[in-house]
Design a protein around this ligand. Structure first.
Ligand code: NDP
Length: 237
């Protein structure tokens, strides 16, 4: 992949938090960023703020509610019409860091909602964009996961979130295996504890979380696939 070539990068949940910072950093270095958000007004505002703050590539807000297959199909059609390809998909959107419940007290509707967005959302976004990724340049899929989903270190608490991230990790392995001959590298990354709305106060700055995502975006052609990393260091599954 020619690092000097601007890439077409789609980031879900990019109107705030780590997704927004990933979008900002990519835009700042000249890439074309499709800033996905479930609420188009919020996405437009974030895109305007990014573009106003500094010169860069292009930032294009699109409605991409990852739980809405029709919205994803429409987004894929719009991207296909404009660019004919996608080079990188960052499945970043997620909900429900459920610190208030345990597996024993869990409200299963809450668990269902987490699985719907955090697992099936990433899954159907990937499927919607796969035809465009297959013709992308140095294509990458980056699933923003969490060490909370690591089975090896898993304890009690945050059941909806943790189980959803374990499933996202499994999806990462499946996609990587099934796309092994396609040239598309698929990896899961944990950004670390980051001070966003989800992470709360006390976490590391958002730029640091985004850097771990950019590491997986910037992998060379012979880079790893089907891995789970934090800032380039392999994590236990
Ligand atoms: P935030 O809660 O700050 O932001 C989440 C983003 O996801 C928002 O833009 C939100 O949109 C979007 N989103 C939620 N549901 C949907 C949906 N159905 N369709 C599209 N977008 C949606 O989270 P973070 O930035 O902290 O987290 C980003 C990623 O990093 C997540 O995958 C998270 O699990 C992971 N992570 C975060 C850690 C942390 O410490 N912060 C630690 C480990 C992992 P809206 O504004 O509309 O709600």
């Amino acid at each position: 992949m020619d690092a000097a070539q601007p890439r077409i990068v789609v980031v879900t949940g990019a109107n705030r938090g780590i997704g927004r910072e990933v979008a900002r950093q990519l835009y700042a270095r000249g890439d074309t960023v499709v800033l996905g958000s479930r609420d188009l007004a919020r996405g437009r505002q974030a895109a305007e703020e990014l573009a106003a703050a500094q010169p860069g590539g292009q930032v294009i807000p699109l409605r991409m509610d990852v739980t809405d297959p029709a919205a994803l199909r429409a987004a894929a059609a719009a991207i296909g019409e404009r660019f004919q390809r996608v080079d990188v998909l960052v499945n970043n959107a997620a909900i429900l860091y459920d610190t208030w419940q345990t597996a024993l007290t869990a409200d299963l509707d809450t668990v269902r909602a987490a699985l719907e967005t955090n697992v099936l959302g990433a899954w159907q976004t990937t499927l919607a964009l796969l035809p465009l990724l297959r013709v992308g340049r140095g294509p990458r899929i980056v699933n923003v996961s969490s060490e909370a989903g690591s089975l090896e270190t898993m304890g009690g608490g945050t059941p909806a979130y943790a189980v959803s991230k374990t499933a996202l990790n499994a999806l990462t392995r499946k996609l990587a295996a099934e796309l092994a001959t396609s040239g598309i590298l698929v990896n899961a990354v944990c950004p670390g504890w980051i001070a966003t709305d989800m992470g709360g106060p006390g976490g590391r700055p958002v730029a640091e979380g985004a850097a771990g995502v950019l590491w997986a975006i910037d992998l060379p052609e012979n880079g790893p696939t089907g891995g789970f990393f934090r800032h380039g260091v392999a994590l236990p599954w």
